[in-house]
Design a protein around this ligand. Sequence first.
Ligand SMILES: [Zn+2]
Length: 317
Amino acid sequence: MRGQAQPKRALLIAAAGGHSLLLVGPPGTGKSMLAQRLPGLLPGLDADDALDVASIASVSGVGFVPRDFGRRPFRAPHHSASASAIIGGGPHARPGEASLAHRGVLFLDELPEFNRNVLESLREPLESGVVAIARAALRVEYPARFQLIAAMNPCPCGYLGDVSGRCRCAPPEIARYRARISGPLLDRIDLRVEVPAVPSEELLAEGAVHDAASSTAGCAQRVRAARELQHVRMGKLNADLSGKEIQEACALDRLCRRLLAQARSKLQLSARGIHRVLRVARTIADLAEPEKPTGPRIQSISPVHLAEALQLRRAVD
Ligand SMILES: [Zn+2]
């Protein structure tokens, strides 16, 4: 996993704050490899969550695998999967992928290729962390508090913007392709980054550099520390902060307020969009090293944190 500094940074932020993430880039740039790294960055499950995850697996068609006990689930259903495979259902009202990914990661590769109904049906669990399945006289609820990681090509052929110039997709085709993901679903994705093809010189140059801060263990340590700060502050992850809690947790100084006002008019951010930016900025501040070793561990949001949060939601806007 070399190159790709910005996508890796986005993955770290996603892990630290529980944020959903969309990776946009041509085939073969390691989007699924990035997504697969996420469970390894997250802290292990506590006993209650481990039991929930195990009991969901045991009533599903997948079954419970003892060696997976305590591990964060990683589910990656194919884009041809039906709504009942993703959400749950069938004659025995079994849990689907969204519940199997509870407390773990749900990875949807080729997001625009998923059936529209499937994508729409994910809005409820993304909002409430629960899916309800109604089947004749039966109504079952399953937990489905997963972290969504999605990936997509920038255009139908996948090579929009490639230096080879091989993409021949017409603008209306590109617009139709992107419109398959509805605004409301996109609205629930905090981080959206491009994963470009990396030129080989860059890979060679980076091959020599491998510091502790970018290793998986180093990143997992930073994620753990940032999550602790969030639990002390509000008792929950930044991704789960309500509008009111954002006001409390994400105080902005004068410079930050000015930056946000500019971005709001330039990027036409909705109120929901502003909330997303603030949650991500809070996580970026929680990941920041103290300026002095003796300085306060909790930092307020600075214009640099806010600018990075704005940058990390630009793809497919
Ligand atoms: Zn194309």
